[in-house]
Write a protein that binds this ligand. Structure first.
Ligand code: TYD
Ligand code: ZN
Length: 422
């Protein structure tokens, strides 16, 4: 293990309700950053490790990470590029169409995206003649977005940036925040900023991983330092209420292992509250998210994978099988590190992202290679670290499977997938 990193602090007050009565849920000990890819020439001795675990607020049932790493360390130079996979491209198109049709956006409407990455989600709006502005603190990504023609402010979104945007561009009809809200510590400031930037009929569309899917899929690998919060609809309703906003609709989505897209307006906004909100609140009541037991059960399911997955991989290796990783996802790094995989246990990890190729995975130092390299050196088994794209990947790798290759799907519990399972 490398050095224990500075720039980290323990969570004391709940970022949604201010409560301090926490239930301990899981604790993984010190873990390197899930997107902390290294160069093979780096000294691994200095690799920073930070404590990782989750706790549940007994007042509002926010599930929070135990320790917060300084966002300047996490995001200023960020290797995560929004995927251009079929699944995500289709999803972004769906989000754009839904928002346009439902909320009466038209050419000239102003659309802002928080955590806009390389601008892909804003492009369909821009193509439809709307004014768009991205906000993203990763300077490397903001530059790429600007080169692609999407105006992007290279900064963290806050109440201050929001009022500067309102002064410079006017109020927004739509503010998007896809898979970024869970990354934000000062949620109160962001929600206040959003409230000030929205026009009267404006909508804040927030997509986050869904707490019930985290439990249902046992997706503990989405627990890493970047994800500070895991939300239920109930917790989001109370968060927005505190800041003069109303959550009026919600959709469940399959992306990223199970997410919700919630629509929020100012409390003086015009949109009627849809039945889906009450339905999910009822589902959460029946799942007893307000009691301790469901969190204890989750911890047991996590422990089972932490035992069974390394045992399976080591048994196959002992039989002489060659094993590699498929998809150098942040989730995958979490699986490898919290399950205690060691350098050398995976021969390589294939990934389509050119920024990751040639690097090594954090903690396990497995070399990341291109799909072309992987194809030429196909192993016996791929550990499917990007399991959220399971369908797309199994379809793409039909040839590998029909040639006798196998996948290990790690979650919800480890299973081997061969051609006859298709
Ligand atoms: P992703 O799901 O985007 O998320 P996270 O890093 O938040 O866990 O990671 C998927 C990774 O898998 C990404 O680096 C791209 C890679 N990938 C492939 O290598 N091949 C594929 O066919 C797909 C769909 C993804
Ligand atoms: Zn709370």
């Amino acid at each position: 293990m490398g050095a224990s990193g500075g720039g980290v602090r323990k969570v004391v007050d709940c970022r949604v309700c201010g409560g301090t009565d926490w239930q301990e849920v899981v604790s993984f000990g010190p873990v390197p950053l899930a997107n902390g890819f290294l160069d093979p020439t780096d000294s691994y001795d200095g690799e920073p490790y930070y404590p990782l675990g989750v706790i549940s607020c007994r007042s509002c049932r926010l599930l929070s990470v135990t320790h917060i790493v300084d966002p300047e360390i996490l995001y200023r130079d960020y290797p995560y590029v929004t995927s251009d996979s079929d699944t995500i491209t289709r999803h972004m198109r769906y989000v754009a169409d839904t928002c346009r049709e439902r909320f009466g956006l038209s050419p000239g409407s102003f659309v802002v995206e928080v955590g806009s990455n390389t601008g892909s989600q804003l492009m369909p709006f821009q193509d439809a003649g709307m004014r768009v502005l991205g906000v993203d603190p990763a300077r490397n990504l903001a530059r790429v977005a600007a080169e692609r023609g999407v105006e992007t402010l290279p900064d963290f979104f806050s109440a201050e940036t929001a009022s500067a945007i309102a002064r410079g561009h006017g109020r927004a009809r739509l503010i998007l925040a896809r898979h970024v809200f869970a990354h934000i510590d000062h949620v109160a400031g962001v929600v206040q900023g959003v409230r000030g930037l929205l026009s009267e009929e404006g909508v804040f569309a927030v997509e986050v991983p869904y707490l019930l899917d985290l439990f249902g899929q046992n997706a503990f690998d989405t627990i890493y330092h970047e994800h500070l919060s895991y939300f239920s609809v109930g917790t989001l309703v109370s968060l927005f209420e505190r800041h003069g906003m109303r959550l009026f609709d919600v959709e469940r989505l399959a992306v990223h292992g199970g997410s919700i897209l919630v629509f929020v307006q100012r409390d003086d906004g015009p949109w009627p509250v849809r039945p889906a909100v009450g339905e999910l609140l009822e589902l959460e009541r029946r799942a007893e998210l307000d009691g301790d037991a469901v969190y204890r059960d989750f911890a047991l399911n996590v422990d089972r994978v932490r035992d069974e997955l390394p045992a399976l991989v080591r048994r196959l290796a002992a039989e002489g099988k060659r094993i590699a990783g498929y998809g150098a996802s942040a989730k995958g790094n979490t699986i490898l590190n919290v399950c205690g995989f060691r350098p050398g246990e995976l021969e390589f990890c294939s990934d389509t992202t050119s920024l990751k190729q040639g690097k090594v995975l954090p903690g396990t130092h497995v070399p990341v290679c291109s799909p072309e390299y992987a194809k030429a050196h196909a192993p016996d088994y791929y550990l499917l670290l990007a399991w959220n794209y399971s369908d797309e990947i199994l379809r793409k790798e039909a040839g590998f499977l029909s040639g006798g290759g196998r996948f290990i799907r790690p979650i919800p519990k480890p299973v081997v997938v061969s051609a006859d399972a298709l």
